[in-house]
Design a protein around this ligand. Sequence first.
Ligand code: FMN
Length: 209
Amino acid sequence: MILLNSTPIKTMTINKLVAQTRTCRRFTGSPITTSTLMNLIELARLSGSARNGQPWQYSIINDQQSCCDIFPHLGWAGYLADWKGPAPEERPTAYILCLLNHDRLNVAEKHAHFDLGIASQNILLGACEQHILGCRIGAFSPEITRTFNIPDNLTLELIIALGEPKEKIVIEEAKDKNDIQYWRDTDQIHHVPKRPLKELLVTLERTTD
Ligand SMILES: Cc1cc2nc3c(=O)[nH]c(=O)nc-3n(C[C@H](O)[C@H](O)[C@H](O)COP(=O)(O)O)c2cc1C
């Protein structure tokens, strides 16, 4: 069990950094600077990309008004049925909008979302190193696009909400194959079951011919 602690960690092994890079949905309200966010986009820029097509672009949002405008369109923690999302003082203080540029899709269209997975994880790893956690939000309402003038060649596919973490998160081993739902205990600690390593491994027999 890994307890997310609240002190910044200066140097981390990759195992620890990956383990600490948890989805977080409650934040302290501390602002995140534009230069910090630009550094995170730099990590997306350096990410692997199918056929090196690099179809993704990113928009940084960290002003209060835009953060307020975005928030009502976000779907939070589907498994926590009684929780309506972070309270006003616990909301993210920055967002990265991930936009697919359709003019750059010609070389590797079917792999574009793999690229976004890699890039968004690099963003979140880099954020964690800076003691910032986040939440990928795929469940946003289409009305959010009315908040910004998004050029016709770009579509909003994912939003990364970011902030200084306020919640405690633990990873634990999933008890059985159906144990995938994250949950909160009475101390408001967020628990995330992960399947045991042996369940990820598949031994394949070699074919005979
Ligand atoms: C592509 C993607 C979309 C997601 N969309 C949402 C979302 O809309 N709302 C939300 O609260 N969490 C969302 N999550 C976060 C997942 O719920 C989270 O990754 C999962 O519970 C496992 O927790 P962990 O990231 O700490 O391992 C998303 C994660 C991914 C990878």
